[in-house]
Structures are given as structure tokens and as C-alpha cells.
Design a protein around this ligand. Structure first.
Ligand code: FAD
Ligand code: N01
Length: 535
């Protein structure tokens, strides 16, 4: 039955962002309602259950910092926790702060419409329930909408068609089956080694080779965990001073790659390789700024790939040529080693493209037009990142203008938090903020705290609405573009640029550098919310 409920704040999403937002809103005494399409909490970690799924920011750092008791009482078992463990952690947080009762699960928000007359949003869902809300917070996730890979015939495949991003809750039995995986991004790099172990044969369809550095995952030493916990506040503060909001414990030198001699450079890369994971790109301070510096790191990793893959032809096919770090760096546990198996085959679909999927497999183009027979097809093909979830909700602001239209040429926000013409609507880790270039829990807590503090301030001042000003937004968008242009990020067709979605405008969406950004946001606040109109 259709119902309408009036609330102070409507939060869309029950991942790290939505849960913390509900917690903060409750603390302000607001009547807050959450809506989540999934049947439970966890967001990313509820949906992405593929074998091998785990975080690539160390768990001691990829976790909430807002409550000291919470961070003291939770014990991580591995350096990089698996998806089930991260989901257990998020469920623990939901229970501990009694957050589930504020959510309606299994419900998708379809539309949100602003009324100037009532200064409220009307939010419609697919369950018939409608909400009238003073504030709407889009905690809808940067990587929550899988792309449709657009391969002809995909829906005719007769066997199981699995998406890493929508992996079934009941683990599929791959024993004795011929499996194909499309894609070689992070989800593929994590899942391929485990899928290969479980099935009869595996064919990987690779369009662009990826760079992967070793994770060196291991059980967490209780002493290390205790040491971190004894000084957790210091670690969190130090991480907020890191460009990516993580990794302050990593030994580093602040030098440019080409400033040092070759032996020192090599030594430094070896040390970063031994440490493992994403900090590799911080081995020198100019790797994402100077193409020649970047090439030294890329060449180091290419050599490592050749060392790990015994067949030189396969190694060559696996060797990326683009700028390292331009697409998100992958973190490897057994990925390259998997290609030494006799039952694993790598098909380069940039040379012989996938023409179609048939009921029994994948039809390749090229001279021999081979048909690869498969029982199971896995799509590790990625997401309509950063704007995908917002784009799928019809968000109508002042004067009947939709966000979709407003963003037709690319997303435009002020600080990644608000959009001109859409009062009292906030985007957590929105485009134009560091978001996906950081440890996302750091960015999420930063945004949620800002939103909560801003709402409290409006009430203190007796203001009904807050809206980003057009000029401030334009200036911010130009600034974000200018920063991106100083880096090597725009040099390849990444999802950061929207290049993986046909027809999506090519705009570099995140803003590199958390500490400066946080300082800029604080400065806006100190300046009386410069660039916002409070009415
Ligand atoms: P999400 O967790 O994506 O949650 C958003 C929720 O909103 C989803 O549950 C979705 O169902 C819901 N939603 C969206 N639209 C609607 C709608 N219209 N109606 C109702 N509900 C809606 N980041 C890191 O920093 N470190 C990592 O190690 C890391 N690992 C990752 C591994 C994987 C496999 C993936 C896919 C991403 C990873 N990320 C990582 C990024 C990750 O998305 C974030 O770290 C974080 O989990 C995002 O939390 P969130 O709450 O902002 O969004
Ligand atoms: O997606 P991706 P993902 N035919 O977009 C290929 C986070 N994450 O899910 O590069 C053939 O990176 C595509 O090829 P190409 C992390 O932020 C983190 O793996 O476009 N191939 C690419 O190889 C990550 O960056 C972890 O040429 C097609 C792959 O599919 C983000 O989520 C784990 C194709 C997609 O790679 C997304 O990662 C998982 C087609 N039609 C995710 N369409 C951690 O490790 C696409 N591809 C923490």
C-alpha cells in the first residue's frame, strides 16, 4: 500500500556512508530514514561476494575511526580482510549502534523532487513508500552500479552468467566446469586465482592488461594490532595527512624518481614491492606527475611480470603499456602465478575481439574466428562509476531541472558535496572530491561529519535551506579539472574518466589529494560557508 512519511533526513544507501550518516543524524536528534536496495547492510561488501574479494587498503586503516570503543573492540584477522570479514564488521557496526531499525531494505529510490513551496524533497521508491524529507543524503556509492558490457548475445548464454559485482549468495559449484572470465581489472585479478583452482579450465578474456603489485597478505600479528590500537588516534590523524588517506606507516622517502641514481631507484622500488600494495605508487613523489618518472616504475613492474610468468608469450600479452596508476593499480595474490597453470588460457580480445556470446560460449573474431566453449561465464567488467547511481535516480531540483540534464556534459558539484539548483541535497564522496583516490572510509567520514555539522549549523542559524552557488561551483569544477590536468590520470581511458561507459562524457571525476581538499573544505566553513547560500 502506498504510504507517505515525513522525515527530517532521508539517506539513500546502507554502506559505510549511509550507516554512519544515519548514526550522526540520530545524534543530532533528527528523524532519519534510510532506504537501501539490497536486503541488508554493507553496500559494496554486501554485493561483491566473488571468490577472493577483499580490501586493498589495510583493514586496520580501512575501518571507521569515529568511535574509539568500536575500533578498540574489533579485531581484524588479516592484513587485508576478506569480503565476509568486512561484511561481518559492518554488520557489527549496524548492530552496535542499532542502525538497522532506521532502514528500509530491499527498496530502491526511484525519484527525488524538490519543492520550493515546502522546501522539502519528495522521495519515491519502488515499494510504493514515499518520503517527504527536509534533507536528502545520497550515500549511493561510487562503485555500486555494474556496467552492461554490451556484448551481443550475452543474454542467450545457456549456462550461469555471473557478475563479480552481483555474485550469488550461494557459492556456485564450479567443479568440473569450463569457466570464462571477461575483464582483468581489480575484481578479475582477485577472483581469477580462486576460480582457476575450483574449475576444470579457465579462459580469461583480456582487453587491456593491468598492472598488479603483490599484496603480501598475511594473518595480522596480534602485537602489531595491539601497537596500532594503543595509538589509533595518531594513526588516523597521520593517515588524514596522506594524499590517499592511508599508508602513513609505510616507510618512504620524499624524492622524485629521476632525482636519484638508478641503483637507488631500483632499491626503492624493490622495497616498495616487498612492502606490497597500493603504496607502491608512493615510492616517489612524482610518479603520477611526470611521464618519464612514471615509466621507470612501469618498467620495473613489467620486468616483475616477466619474472612471474614462465611462458614469454603469455607474459608479453599480460604486460601493460599505459601509464602505471592511470587506471587503478591492482593488488595481486596469485594472479600472475595462475597463468603458469596448464588449465588456464589468456585470450587477448584486443587482437581477436569478442564478437558475440552464444548459448555455449564466446565467439571470437579474427582470422580463425574461434568459438570458446564454456559452461559458466563471469563478467568482471566494472561499474558506471561515481555518477552511475545518481544518474539512475530521477533527481529534480529547482525549476524542474533534473540532475541528469545538469550533468549531461559531466558532473558539476561544489566540493563534491552539493550541486547548485539542488538545495538540501548532499552527495557523499561525490564527483569533485577525493573519494575513489583515497581510503574511502576516511573520505566518507569526512563528508558525513561535514553534512551533520552543516545541518546542525543551519538549525542554529534558523536557516531552512543550503544551496551551492553557481559561481562557486563553476570555480570548483575548473579547479578540479586543472588539478587533474597536472597529473597523468587523464592519459588513459579509465573509469575515473567515464571512459568505460559508451556515451559518458569524458571528465576526470575525482580530485587527487585528501589533505589539501580537507583544508579547503575547512576554509569554506571558517569563511561562513563561502560559496553556499543559507536561506
Ligand atoms: P556503497 O558501499 O557502494 O553503498 C551504496 C549503497 O547504496 C549500495 O548498497 C546500493 O545498493 C545503495 N543504493 C544505490 N542506489 C540506490 C537507490 N537508488 N535506492 C536504494 N539504494 C541504493 N575502497 C577502499 O577505500 N578500499 C578498498 O579496499 C576498497 N575495496 C573495494 C573492493 C570492491 C570489490 C569494490 C567494488 C569497491 C572497493 N572500494 C574500496 C570502494 C568501496 O566502494 C568503498 O570503499 C565503500 O565501501 C563505499 O561505501 P559507500 O557507503 O559510499 O557506498
Ligand atoms: O572493474 P574495472 P573492477 N569486453 O573497470 C574489462 C574497486 N575494486 O570491478 O580495461 C572485454 O577496473 C575492462 O577492460 P578495459 C577498484 O577501485 C577494488 O575490476 O576497459 N572486456 C577491464 O579489464 C576498482 O578499480 C578491489 O579494456 C571488458 C575490466 O573489464 C574498481 O572497483 C576489487 C568489457 C573492468 O575492470 C572497479 O574494478 C574490486 C568488454 N565489453 C574492485 N567491458 C580491491 O582490490 C569491460 N571490460 C580492493
Amino acid at each position: 500500500m502506498a504510504t507517505t512519511r515525513s522525515v527530517d533526513m532521508l539517506v539513500v544507501g546502507a554502506g559505510f556512508a549511509g550507516l554512519y550518516m544515519v548514526h550522526r543524524a540520530r545524534g543530532l536528534g533528527l528523524d532519519v530514514q534510510g532506504v537501501e536496495a539490497a536486503d541488508g547492510v554493507g553496500g559494496t561488501w554486501w554485493w561483491n561476494r566473488y571468490p577472493g574479494a577483499r580490501c586493498d587498503v589495510e583493514s586496520l586503516e580501512y575501518s571507521y575511526s569515529f568511535d574509539d570503543d568500536l575500533q578498540q573492540e574489533w579485531d581484524w584477522t588479516e592484513r587485508y580482510a576478506t569480503q565476509p570479514e568486512i561484511l561481518r564488521y559492518i554488520e557489527h557496526v549496524a548492530d552496535r549502534f542499532d542502525l538497522r531499525r532506521s532502514f528500509r531494505f530491499g527498496t530502491r529510490v526511484l525519484a527525488a523532487t524538490w519543492s520550493d513551496d515546502t522546501a522539502r524533497w519528495t522521495v519515491e521508491t519502488d515499494a510504493g513508500a514515499t518520503y517527504e524529507a527536509r534533507f536528502v543524503v545520497m550515500a549511493t556509492g561510487c562503485l555500486s552500479v555494474p556496467i552492461d558490457p554490451g556484448i551481443p548475445g550475452l543474454d542467450t548464454f545457456a549456462g550461469p552468467l555471473l557478475y563479480t559485482s552481483r555474485w550469488p549468495h550461494e557459492e556456485p559449484d564450479l567443479t568440473g566446469l569450463r569457466v570464462g572470465v571477461v575483464g582483468t581489472g581489480s575484481s578479475a585479478v582477485q577472483s581469477i586465482p580462486l576460480i582457476a583452482e575450483r574449475c576444470a579450465s579457465l579462459t580469461v578474456f583480456q582487453r587491456t592488461p593491468t598492472y598488479a603489485v603483490p599484496a603480501h597478505n598475511r594473518p595480522l600479528d596480534p602485537e602489531e594490532q595491539a601497537t596500532v590500537k594503543a595509538r589509533y588516534a595518531e594513526l588516523r590523524a597521520a593517515n588524514r595527512q596522506m594524499s590517499i588517506g592511508a599508508g602513513s606507516r609505510v616507510p618512504r622517502i620524499d624524492a622524485a624518481a629521476l632525482e636519484v641514481d638508478e641503483a637507488t631507484r631500483r632499491e626503492r622500488y624493490e622495497a616498495a614491492w616487498e612492502w606490497g600494495g597500493l603504496p607502491f605508487l608512493g615510492a616517489f613523489n612524482d610518479l603520477l606527475l611526470d611521464p618519464a618518472a612514471n615509466e621507470t616504475a612501469a618498467e620495473f613492474v613489467r620486468a616483475k611480470i616477466r619474472e612471474q610468468v614462465p611462458d614469454p608469450e603469455v607474459a608479453e600479452r599480460l604486460t601493460p603499456r599505459q601509464v602505471i596508476g592511470c587506471k587503478r593499480l591492482c593488488v595481486d595474490t596469485g594472479y600472475y602465478a595462475t597463468y603458469a597453470r596448464d588449465d588456464v588460457r589468456l585470450v587477448d580480445v584486443s587482437a581477436t575481439p569478442i564478437v558475440s556470446v552464444t548459448p555455449t560460449g564466446v565467439q571470437l573474431g579474427g582470422d580463425d574466428g574461434e568459438h570458446v566453449d564454456l559452461d559458466v561465464l563471469v563478467m568482471a567488467t566494472g561499474f558506471d562509476a561515481m555518477t552511475g547511481a545518481l544518474d539512475r535516480i530521477v533527481i529534480t531540483g529547482r525549476d524542474g531541472v533534473t540532475l541528469r540534464d545538469r550533468w549531461a556534459d559531466g558532473p558539476k558539484t561544489y566540493l563534491g558535496l552539493a550541486v547548485h539548483g539542488f538545495p538540501n541535497l548532499f552527495t557523499v564522496t561525490g564527483p569533485g572530491s577525493p573519494s575513489v583516490l583515497t581510503n574511502m572510509v576516511v573520505s566518507i567520514e569526512h563528508h558525513v561529519d561535514w553534512i551533520a555539522d552543516t545541518v546542525a549549523l543551519l538549525d542554529e542559524r534558523g536557516a531552512a535551506t543550503i544551496e551551492a552557488e553557481a559561481a562557486a561551483q563553476d570555480e570548483w569544477v575548473s579547479y578540479v579539472n586543472a588539478v587533474a590536468d597536472l597529473t597523468l590520470f587523464p592519459t588513459c581511458g579509465s573509469w575515473y574518466l567515464g571512459a568505460n561507459v559508451p556515451g559518458k562524457p569524458r571528465v576526470f571525476m575525482p580530485l587527487p589529494g585528501f589533505p589539501l581538499y580537507a583544508e579547503q573544505v575547512a576554509d569554506v566553513v571558517r569563511d561562513g560557508h563561502r560559496g553556499f547560500t543559507l536561506a
